[in-house]
Design a protein around this ligand. Structure first.
Ligand code: DQQ
Length: 570
């Protein structure tokens, strides 16, 4: 990978400073060490901390021309730690980033042990405010507020904490460890602000609702906005309106009869969402499905993706989702690497045409990193065959492929109603041939296929309809032992009789973010090949079914490295 980073960074820095009162000098502008110099699993275009531990995305926002991303960070080590702070980075395009000093770190009794997750709300008059969870001096979870120290600093580098923190204490009957992660607040037509905090009471997961007239004094409402039994704690709730007739995102406080609402809760390393209706006058959210309905269980991602958060991007009128992708290797490995955790590629989200689910797609800006292109159209992939996608950097790539299925009527019969798709993917791995499928991509593959990760589809016939299963099979992803190689899977709400079945995989050294069925199902996996590294990695289209399928289109690109510079220390 050529090192084109430096000149670009200089230019980027001048742009960001814009000649006003930012006094950082170029001596602070350190390019991160190149990926190769560190180790092969460090990613090239996913967001990472310069070093050490990273987890949840916090308070993403677009403010006066700049995107901000805060994130949970242990500045002292590569594993989760006793002191967690808010890392901070800024960008013009969501792809190239400048790391700034930590924005929030323990300073007072109300956050003496750590500054945990939270969100930003932009108040009228363009005033951003952070709500976050403090682990206080007694290790209790409380909710706090912070504001920019200097609103005329375009980078919002420094944040001051509200003198009357904490502003929300846990409800009666809630354990001191079960009250955290305030959402972005929204304002009703009555002028009142509302915010949700994740919690747990007698094994009921809760989205506790607080209301305020002035954003300072908050009162708990007499019932949670929504709760469900036997879920465990709800971490990092998110709640926002979504248009039913447009792909455009809407601001969190805006209201219309055309909107549905999305409630998301992070539960035991899975991000569940449910669509529903919201009646602010009685503070009632009525979900369409709920969180734990096995077959309809709607998740942002069926792989490694957690503690996610959305924000409304007023520049491009879209809602953008960030999520934490954790590691699959051991803590000891993370210590050796000196870092752990990456953020997903930011995803634009909107409602599917049939209104049943969300669609996710990598933000269009990522396409600016595309370099060399290879492609073809309408190529038959015979049963039990493999075609290499040659000429691209297969370990740092963006691959889009679509399949047409001429032999559907002979698909394997199955009653899929009470089937767990993830389990089905484990039983019917990429190596198990059926009629229509498995077909898809082999990624991070060695020439002899000793190592490979298979992301693929399989089609079943269930009475008079066809069911599309999408899987990511990591079982042969690495010769390394002690790495989590769980196989993931989900059903894709597409009818293969009328539509091509598409797959897009963003491949970046140790991560594969896959978008199936035009963004209906996302599966992210972390993989750590030992042989399929850099030039030794290959990518193939494969069909391990007995019947032919057709690749209706393939477009694959080498990807450039994104630029990440540190402007820390000024
Ligand atoms: N991570 C934060 C908590 C949150 C959890 C601590 C979710 O605030 O509940 O780093 O990953």
């Amino acid at each position: 990978m050529g090192n084109y980073t430096l000149p670009v960074l200089g230019f980027f820095f001048v742009l960001l400073c814009g000649g006003n009162e930012v006094h950082a000098s170029h001596q602070y502008l350190q390019p991160e060490a190149t990926r190769e110099a560190i180790q092969p699993s460090r990613t090239s275009y996913h967001f990472q901390a310069p070093k050490n531990w990273l987890n949840d995305p916090n308070g993403p926002m677009y403010y006066k021309g700049i995107y901000h991303l805060f994130y949970q960070h242990n500045p002292y080590g590569a594993v989760f730690g006793k002191t967690i702070v808010w890392g901070h980075a800024i960008s013009y395009d969501l792809i190239n980033w400048v790391h700034l000093n930590n924005a929030l770190y323990p300073t007072n009794a109300f956050d003496a042990k750590s500054c945990w997750s939270g969100s930003v709300t932009i108040l009228p008059g363009q005033k951003p405010v952070i709500l976050y969870t403090g682990l206080d001096i007694k290790n209790q979870q409380v909710q706090n507020m912070a504001m920019p120290k200097n609103l005329s600093d375009p980078f919002l580098r420094e944040w001051k904490k509200y003198s009357h923190n904490p502003i929300m204490m846990r409800p009666d009957g809630v354990n001191k460890d079960d009250f955290r992660d305030p959402t972005t607040a929204w304002q009703g037509e009555d002028g009142k602000w509302r915010v949700l905090v994740g919690s747990l009471k007698s094994d009921r997961g809760l989205a506790v609702l607080y209301r305020s007239n002035d954003f300072k004094k908050w009162n708990m409402y007499d019932h949670p906005l929504y709760s469900e039994a036997n879920t465990g704690i709800w971490e990092c709730p998110d709640f926002y309106p979504i248009s039913t007739n447009s792909r455009e995102g809407v601001e969190t406080s805006s209201r219309s009869p055309q909107y549905k609402y999305v409630l998301k809760a992070s539960i035991k390393f899975r991000d569940y969402y449910t669509l529903g209706t919201y009646m602010p006058d009685v503070e009632k959210f009525t979900p369409e499905t709920g969180f734990r309905n096995l077959r309809l269980d709607l998740r942002y991602d069926y792989g490694k993706f957690y503690a996610s958060k959305t924000f409304f991007d007023s520049a491009k009128h879209r809602r953008i989702l960030w999520g934490w992708i954790n590691e699959s290797d051991s803590s000891a490995d993370d210590v050796k690497k000196g870092w752990s955790g990456i953020q997903s590629i930011p995803r634009a989200i909107y409602l599917s045409k049939n209104g049943r689910q969300l669609i996710q797609w990598p933000v269009e800006e990522i396409e600016r990193l595309r370099r060399k292109h290879v492609g073809f159209k309408d190529k038959k992939l015979e049963g039990s065959s493999l075609v290499e996608i040659p000429g691209i950097t297969a370990s740092q790539a963006d691959v889009e492929i679509s399949f047409k299925l001429p032999n559907l009527k002979d698909a394997e019969l199955m009653d899929t109603h009470s089937v767990d798709p993830q389990l089905l993917c484990s039983k019917k791995s990429a190596a198990v041939s059926s009629k229509v499928g498995p077909f898809g991509l082999l990624i991070f593959a060695t020439k002899d296929l000793t190592e490979h990760t298979a992301v693929f589809f399989r089609i079943f016939r269930d009475r008079n309809r066809y069911v599309v299963l999408m899987c990511s099979d990591q079982s042969r992803s690495s010769l390394r032992k002690g790495v989590d190689k769980t196989t993931y899977g989900a059903f894709v709400d597409k009818d293969p009789r009328h539509e091509a079945i598409s797959l897009r995989s963003l491949i970046d050294h140790s991560v594969i973010e896959s978008f199936g069925g035009d963004g209906r199902v996302c599966i992210t996996s972390r993989v750590y090949p030992t042989l399929a590294i850099d030039g030794e990695a290959h990518v193939y289209a494969f069909n391990n079914g007995s019947l032919d399928v057709v690749v209706s289109s393939l477009n694959a690109y080498s990807m450039n490295k994104a630029s990440f510079v540190s402007n820390i220390g000024s």
